[in-house]
Write a protein that binds this ligand. Structure first.
Ligand code: NZQ
Ligand code: ZN
Length: 388
């Protein structure tokens, strides 16, 4: 086990009707005026925003609103939010929705605390981030894990780059998680969420440092839970227990718990971000579209790890190459069974020309300057092969 530091300060408020405690939570964490950041309208239509507004009013918390965040949120929109936050003199940012609304809330929080500094300079770490504004979250989709993660992802539309910012200052002060809020999700979004949750653990799992049993057991238990609860949630999106499991797994999968004591990979995410930046595809779907090809490309570098995965997560008996491959096949079949694409063609972007694939490979590897994957370092030519 490698050395590690683990600190997840986000207060979790989990369960039915918990959104009514929103005002109390903002007050407890020192907020007096909040900017409510939300998406394209699902939170308004469901009545959630109204309940949140009421709860803030009951605690005497003033608020302004900033709605309209789109999936794969953009830098320009976040900058508008920063302007509004400064103009309204808010001291708290409340993200309501999924990864897109929450990441925009995190970006706005950094911008409001650092007026005059271009947000992208913060994102690219050209300017060190030393302070931010407090963020609270009301989660409506189990997926990205942004509600407790140290990361936030934005797309710079001008240069066509989707990029994450990792910093402890990205951890929200609190996360309200009521599984009932997810009942209105379309099945496709549930599938994308399941895929993203699995991937946040898989990207931490296929790493050579294997003497790490507790972390392995947590990761494998989480994957089995997501696989099983995911099936149930898709059968009945109003299954409270299944959605509860998914929601909790979503947070645990991406707050670093499932990878403690070993390196991280996130190479499949780099490929996914290149696809989303260019084609605006849904995040979870980009991951399943390439994971099988990635696994096929790297598995021979650590057959035993893939065998261990096949046994522990999919209950496959056996050893050797056949078992390793069976584990990969089971994973890809599961993605199909939950309605996710497992190739670029199925992702619906219809790439045919080699030039586009080459550009995507360059995007994913920062112009061939970084090597992806710990099991088998991948340069742009390897990534091109995976995309092909
Ligand atoms: O915008 P609204 O109208 O709210 O609709 C959203 C959106 O269309 C809808 N939705 C959310 N909750 C709903 C609902 N519809 C009905 N009922 C509900 N209860 O779902 C759609 C997707 O929402 P979005 O926030 O984009 O989903 P997700 O949570 O998957 O977030 C994806 C974003 O997070 C980033 C991704 O790259 C992507 O930009 N990620 C963030 C991470 C982080 N901060 O740690 C890590 C991840 O790896 C990921 O990269
Ligand atoms: Zn992800």
């Amino acid at each position: 086990m490698r050395n590690f530091t683990y600190c997840v300060p986000t207060e979790i408020v989990f369960g039915k009707d918990t959104e009514v405690s929103c005002g109390r939570e903002v007050k407890k964490h020192g907020g007096t005026k909040a900017l409510i950041v939300y998406g394209g309208g699902s939170a308004r239509r469901s009545g959630l925003l109204e309940r949140i507004e009421k709860s803030l009013e009951e605690e005497g918390i003033a608020y302004a609103e900033f709605g309209g965040v789109k999936p794969n949120p953009g830098l320009a929109f976040a900058e508008e939010g920063v302007e509004k936050g400064i103009r309204e003199k808010v001291d708290f940012i409340l993200g309501v929705g999924g990864g897109s609304a929450i990441d925009t809330a995190k970006a706005i929080a950094h911008g409001v605390a650092n007026p005059g500094i271009p947000l992208w300079d913060i994102w690219m770490k050209k300017v060190p981030l030393t302070r931010t504004t407090k963020v609270g979250v009301v989660l409506t989709i189990p997926a990205a894990g942004s509600e407790t993660s140290d990361s936030a992802v934005l797309t710079n539309e001008v240069i066509g780059k989707k990029s994450g910012l990792g910093t402890e200052l990205n951890r929200p002060a609190f996360a309200i998680m009521n599984p009932e809020l997810t009942f209105t999700l379309p099945k496709y979004q549930i599938g994308c969420g399941i895929a993203d949750i699995m991937m946040h653990t898989l990207e931490r799992y296929f790493i050579p440092d294997q003497e790490n049993r507790m972390t392995d057991e947590i990761a494998e238990g989480l994957l089995r839970t997501v696989i099983d609860s995911g099936r149930k949630a898709l059968q009945n999106p109003a299954d409270y227990d299944a959605m509860s499991e998914l929601m909790w797994c979503g947070s645990l999968s991406h707050n670093n718990l499932t990878g403690l004591g070993r390196a991280k990979d996130f190479s499949v995410h780099k490929l996914g971000h290149a696809l989303s930046a260019r084609f605006d595809c849904v995040h979870g779907a980009t991951l399943t579209a390439v994971w099988g090809s990635w696994a096929e490309y790297v598995w021979t570098n650590d057959v035993n790890r893939f065998v261990h995965y096949a046994k522990q997560v999919w209950g496959i008996e056996g050893s050797g190459e056949e078992t390793a491959r069976e584990g990969i096949e089971k994973t890809v079949s599961y993605f199909k069974s939950i309605g996710m694409p497992v190739s670029l063609g199925e992702l619906g972007i219809g790439i045919q020309d080699e030039k586009t694939l080459e550009e995507l490979a360059m995007d994913a590897t920062m112009n061939d300057t970084v090597r992806l994957s710990v099991l088998r370092p991948l340069d742009a030519s390897d990534v091109l092969e995976i995309f092909r």
